[in-house]
Design a binder for this molecule. Structure first.
Ligand SMILES: [Zn+2]
Length: 357
């Protein structure tokens, strides 16, 4: 029996940091997971099953990564809030410096408040009492201001300490996030290598963009191949140079393209069509947590295109025309692409629909 072995549950090991100021990421050796096929699959069906298992583990790893990103976002937000409070406390303290220095000058520089002389200088008892009352008032005021200043200073100190702790936590999260992305990338690359090797052993030539081949009679076998690893014989080039799709989708697309050209006077504009597993990976790692997990995208099945030339703008003339006409050619704008994620440019060939035409 063939099995994929994945060492260590994903993301269990966090990289240690030397200190909080230099966030050097040590690729966590325990968190590194290497994907290997113990024994090469002997049939395509076996290979597809193994590939699906492997994709699943990558998907789990991705989920852990997204959770980590979320946590990182929370820490960063808390840090920003703390720093703002700290700034406010500092500003309040600065405002208080003026009354503090005013008090100092009134206590020590006003000649009329110089020591006890004013009390003896006063002409009568009432004047003396008034001066003593003034002095009491000033002393009380000074004590209040000083008390407030001490409280603010303490608050500022506490906030600074908390901000520093959060900063350290944030750096740690960031480092762990980088390590996790690196491990995920490594694991995914090793998956592509293992699967490609197994396919070649089975005598399947893997497609690369722009290659010929294109044997529409072999479409029936397309489902046997793992996502992103379709053989050249199943893929056909599109009228748009350098683009290719699974043979049935490619043929239907060529028809749709003729109708489009009749309406708009120009061929459809394609920004992406079939995506090999390694291409899916490179997109995935540019935006971790956003693009479809490698091995999951319909682009990897040769059944999806991303369009430009106006279609990419929701409710443009081109988009509306395609929405109204594509089904007649087996092409649809999937339900999910209307909202999550919103991808007006993404269109798919539906083999079941296409088979009925
Ligand atoms: Zn797409």
């Amino acid at each position: 029996m063939t099995s994929l072995t994945v060492s260590a549950p994903y993301g269990t090991a966090a990289p240690a940091l030397a200190d909080t100021t230099t966030a050097k990421v040590r690729t966590a050796s325990a968190g590194e997971s290497v994907l290997t096929l113990d024994k090469e699959p002997t049939t395509l069906t076996e290979l597809r099953r193994e590939a699906q298992k492997a994709y699943k583990s990558i998907e789990d790893a991705n989920r852990a990564l997204v959770a980590r990103q979320k946590k990182f976002g929370t820490v960063e937000k808390a840090l920003a809030a703390k720093l703002e409070s700290l700034q406010q406390a500092t500003a309040e303290l600065n405002k208080m410096r003026k009354p503090l220095s005013d008090l100092a000058s009134s206590m020590y520089q006003d000649p009329s408040l110089d020591g006890l002389s004013p009390f003896f200088r006063a002409g009568n008892g009432t004047e003396t009492l008034r001066r003593i009352a003034d002095l009491d008032h000033i002393v009380a005021g000074r004590n209040n201001v000083l008390g407030d200043a001490v409280k603010l200073l303490e608050r500022q100190q506490r906030l600074a300490e908390e901000a520093q702790e959060l900063r350290a936590a944030s750096l740690l999260q960031e480092a762990q996030l980088s390590a996790q992305v690196a491990a995920l990338r490594k694991r995914s690359s090793s998956l592509v290598r293992s699967l490609t090797k197994a396919l070649i052993k089975l005598g399947v030539k893997i497609s690369s963009k722009g290659a010929g081949g294109c044997d529409p009679t072999r479409i029936g076998q397309a489902e046997q191949y793992p996502n992103g690893l379709l053989p050249q014989t199943i893929l056909c080039p599109l009228p748009q140079a350098g683009e290719e799709l699974r043979a049935d989708a490619a043929i239907a697309f060529a028809d749709l393209n003729i109708a489009y050209k009749k309406r708009f006077g120009t061929s459809m504009c394609i920004s992406d069509s079939y995506r090999s597993l390694s291409e899916q990976q490179s997109i995935y790692y540019r935006r971790p947590g956003f693009a479809a997990t490698p091995g999951k995208s319909n682009h990897g099945l040769g059944l999806a295109v991303d369009l430009c030339g106006g279609v990419q703008n929701f409710r443009s003339v081109q988009f509306n025309w395609l929405e109204a006409n594509s089904k007649r050619y087996g092409w649809i704008h999937p339900d999910w692409s209307y909202h999550s994620p919103f991808e007006p440019w993404h269109w798919e060939y539906d083999p079941q629909l296409g088979a009925k035409l």
